[in-house]
Design a protein around this ligand. Structure first.
Ligand SMILES: Nc1ncnc2c1ncn2[C@@H]1O[C@H](COP(=O)(O)OP(=O)(O)OP(=O)(O)O)[C@@H](O)[C@H]1O
Ligand code: SF4
Ligand SMILES: [Mg+2]
Length: 347
């Protein structure tokens, strides 16, 4: 990681996306609001990897798609290089060049009927390359993602490549337009374990050497710890904890983060804590109190009735949990709960 100063490239301010869904049988169809992403703020900076960690349904992909401007926010703002983005207008080509999205499944995102050459040519031409330059530019992006020699890959079809090689092609395709921000939505989760580290190292290299701002989305807090400068934990559409990677793992302040960390397989540990309770983070319908309360081993009375705000628990370290409240009434109860439940840090 270099010491060059980071600058804000893409900022999300209080971004929300709510969906109105219908549920129930054919006779009685009820409408309910799913708060897929609720009031999320992020600052993606050059030369920094920000990881968003959360289980299925926590809102990670909806967030990435809003940042890519594929899904329109219900409310909130986007600021690209210090300029507010006109969210009421269609996504511009300039925005698409600066902010690129890499998806989980490279076999679904790269057209299977065309050679790799074709998948790279299209973005290059759309974004202004001349026909004469396309071949050399295609080879250059393949070399950048360590597919060597590039000429060997250009005339292959996607099915002739491994998942890891094809994910590198999909990263190369994103690089064709010289983006400043790369949004990687679970880029390694469908890959063989043996090639995952290589793709993570590639992303880290793009961040350090090319100063890209990278959003790395994952279920796996261990891989977030490996690659990220900043970790954001999402639960049921909300950010519940955020800090630099080391601190968040060493001193988790939210019970959900603690459970995520405890559920990482550790061959040395005699037993391991599982992420407790029923999986309930699939978005959030309107409810009172803390969204994690049904699963929280430390839940207090206030957690059932009042949604916790975000508390600053250390420098640049935020947690959305009543255990960190300074209010006398809450903090007396929280102190007892903390003493009973273990070391949730409180400063
Ligand atoms: N178009 C839509 N209409 C209604 N609900 C939606 C829509 N898209 C997403 N959702 C809901 O929003 C919530 C968040 O979805 P999202 O895909 O962002 O989750 P995720 O964290 O990416 O999960 P996963 O890890 O499984 O990819 C889910 O409850 C999902 O069902
Ligand atoms: S606010 Fe209460 S229920 Fe929610 S995580 Fe904190 S202690 Fe648990
Ligand atoms: Mg997703």
């Amino acid at each position: 990681m270099t010491n060059e100063a980071s600058k804000s490239l893409l900022e999300a301010r209080s971004l929300s996306r709510h969906f109105l869904v219908r549920s129930g049988g054919t006779m009685i169809r009820k409408k309910r609001v799913v708060r897929a992403v609720d009031d999320v703020s992020l600052d993606l900076q050059s030369g920094r990897v920000t990881a968003v960690v959360g289980e299925s349904g926590s809102g990670k992909s909806v967030l990435a798609r809003m940042l890519a401007r594929i899904v329109a926010p219900t409310s909130g703002e986007l600021v690209l290089e210090a300029t507010p983005v006109a969210l009421k207008q269609k996504r511009t080509l300039a925005y698409a060049s600066k902010v690129q999205l890499v998806l989980q499944d490279p076999f679904a995102s790269i057209n299977p009927v065309h050679r790799i050459r074709h998948s790279l040519e299209r973005p290059l031409l759309i974004h202004g390359a001349t026909k004469a330059d396309v071949e050399s530019l295609s080879e250059a992006v393949l070399a950048r993602v360590s597919l060597d020699p590039p000429s060997r890959y250009l005339d292959r079809y996607p099915h002739e490549l491994s998942g890891g090689q094809l994910q590198r092609v999909s990263i190369a395709r994103a690089l064709c337009v010289h983006p400043q921000v790369l949004l990687a939505d679970e880029p390694i989760s469908m890959l063989d374990v043996s090639v995952r580290l290589g793709v993570l190292n590639l992303l880290r290299g793009l961040c350090d050497e090319d100063r890209l701002a990278i959003l790395y989305i994952t279920h796996d807090i261990a891989s977030a710890r490996y690659i990220a400068d900043e970790i954001v934990v999402m639960y049921a559409g909300q950010v519940v904890e955020q800090s630099n990677g080391t601190r968040l793992i060493d001193e988790p302040a939210h019970p959900y983060t603690r459970l995520l960390i405890a559920s990482v397989p550790d061959p040395a540990a005699p037993t391991r804590e599982q992420v407790a309770g029923q999986h309930t983070s699939a978005g959030s319908t309107v409810q009172e109190g803390c969204r994690f309360e049904p699963r929280c081993p430390h839940a207090m009375q206030i957690c059932r009735t009042s949604e916790p705000p975000i508390f600053e628990v250390g420098e640049g370290h935020m947690a959305r949990c009543w255990l960190h409240s300074d209010s006398k009434e809450v903090s007396d109860v929280a102190l007892t709960v903390r003493q009973r439940g273990g070391a949730i840090s409180k400063q």
